[in-house]
Ligand binder design. Structure first.
Ligand SMILES: Nc1ncnc2c1ncn2[C@@H]1O[C@H](COP(=O)(O)OP(=O)(O)OP(=O)(O)O)[C@@H](O)[C@H]1O
Ligand SMILES: [Mg+2]
Length: 389
């Protein structure tokens, strides 16, 4: 934005802020809505800003959202106080207690602590094809919303699948960083509930809140536990929950203007319900492979970067002798090697940097978590469900 544009933008925000402040007492609900609109306007504008401008405006947006949170909190406290009186009078919930418009807005999402992560693609070794696909299909669409709309690229739901510890979560975090969308992680333990109707209700609340809160990334970890094959389900709450998940994903597709991004992650994509894999639900399915030899060398470098180590470590060799090790395995190996070196330092009373020998010993004492049989299963799955790009 040039200076003139910045000035005009500031003035518009300021006058709406003043209006919101003036009605806070008399009409807190409307004031909260105005604050929400302002923060959205600011966040939308950040799409066309330089990094420095973006930082400045994100701060302003955050402080506006704080104002809104504060009003909601006060109004909730006030409601609770008056509700207590109503309860006493009637000895059962007054109909007004069902009016949860205000506190219900985005609360589900907020409880999951939306975060813009600091992880970047530079922190993730290798996976060049994966990064390229994501940049073309997701990030560019945010950078050029004008073009994306013309080509109908408004919503992207991404399924990341692959062996454990290969970077699925890190990639989701890096997407959040690249496009400055806050992200929430939804785990099965958070959303599953076997009380009658509770799981479906949680799914509905999540999707409704996502649209209210947008821009947002919903990251479903262990997605196969949330949307397993219906033919393999025994529990009744799951039998109702999976269709609800399918319904909500279809519904979101219609309402989404590109500001809600769903990312599902799974180690076992073959356990997912077939309907989830419909391109209308997850239009981008990306295999996150185990690191190749070059990436493994880089991953060793990354995990040893901050530690006291021998300058002559041959990272090329470490990459070669760690076939089948995931990034998470390598992280564990480096930690073990560091423990060996630390013990040596304690025993000898002298600083003892981590050596190649420490690392090789640590490699020998641990097992690679990725097997050939496992890889075959992924290839079979891909034959059926992933088109070549
Ligand atoms: N390609 C990579 N380059 C560097 N570090 C990586 C890479 N992939 C993963 N890591 C690191 O390995 C650890 C595990 O990664 P992450 O949690 O992203 O894996 P995941 O695929 O989500 O695992 P899981 O399937 O168990 O959830 C993290 O510390 C992450 O920073
Ligand atoms: Mg993960």
């Amino acid at each position: 934005m040039n200076l003139q544009e910045q000035k005009e933008f500031f003035l518009t925000i300021q006058s709406t802020l003043e209006k919101a402040a003036s009605i806070e007492e008399a009409n807190p609900r409307e004031a909260a809505e105005l604050y929400l609109q302002i923060s959205r306007k600011i966040l939308d504008k950040t799409q066309v800003m330089t990094t420095d401008e973006k930082k400045k405006f994100m701060k302003i947006a955050e402080s506006v959202l704080d104002k809104r949170d504060n009003i909601i909190k006060l109004s909730k406290e006030r409601n609770e106080r008056s509700n207590e009186n109503l309860m006493v009078k009637n000895n059962r919930p007054h109909p007004d207690l069902n009016n949860t418009d205000m506190e219900g807005s985005s609360q589900f999402i907020k409880d999951l602590h939306p975060t813009i992560y600091e992880t970047t693609f530079k922190d993730i070794a290798g996976l060049d094809e994966v990064k390229d696909t994501i940049i073309r299909q997701v990030i560019k669409a945010r950078e050029r919303p004008d073009l994306a709309i013309k080509y109908g690229i408004t919503g992207r739901n991404i399924l990341l699948f692959g062996p454990p510890g290969t970077g699925k979560t890190s990639i989701a975090q890096a997407i959040s960083n690249e496009i400055s969308f806050p992200m929430v992680t939804v785990t099965p333990s958070y959303i599953l509930d076997n009380k009658f109707g509770a799981f479906e209700k949680n799914i509905r609340s999540l999707f409704e809140d996502a649209l209210r809160y947008a821009p947002i990334i919903i990251f479903f970890d262990e997605f196969e536990a949330l949307a397993p094959r219906r033919t393999s389900i025994n529990s009744s709450y799951m039998k109702r929950g999976v269709p609800e998940m399918l319904r909500q994903m279809t519904d979101l597709r219609k309402k989404n203007d590109g500001r809600v991004i769903l990312i599902g992650a799974t180690n076992n994509p073959w356990d997912l319900d077939e309907a989830i894999l419909n391109p209308d639900r997850f239009d981008t399915r990306i295999f996150i492979p185990p690191p190749d030899v070059k990436s493994r060398s880089q991953i060793f470098k990354i995990f040893l970067r901050e530690l006291s180590k021998d300058e002559n470590i041959d990272y090329g060799e470490l990459g070669k002798i760690s076939e089948g090790f995931s990034a998470a395995d390598i992280k564990y190996v480096c930690r073990t090697a560091a423990e060996y070196a630390f013990s040596n330092a304690i025993d000898s009373g002298m600083e003892s940097p981590i050596t190649s020998e420490n690392i090789k010993l640590a490699l020998k004492s641990s097992h690679p978590s990725i097997t050939e049989d496992q890889m075959k299963k992924y290839f079979v799955f891909m034959e059926k469900y992933v088109k070549k790009v």
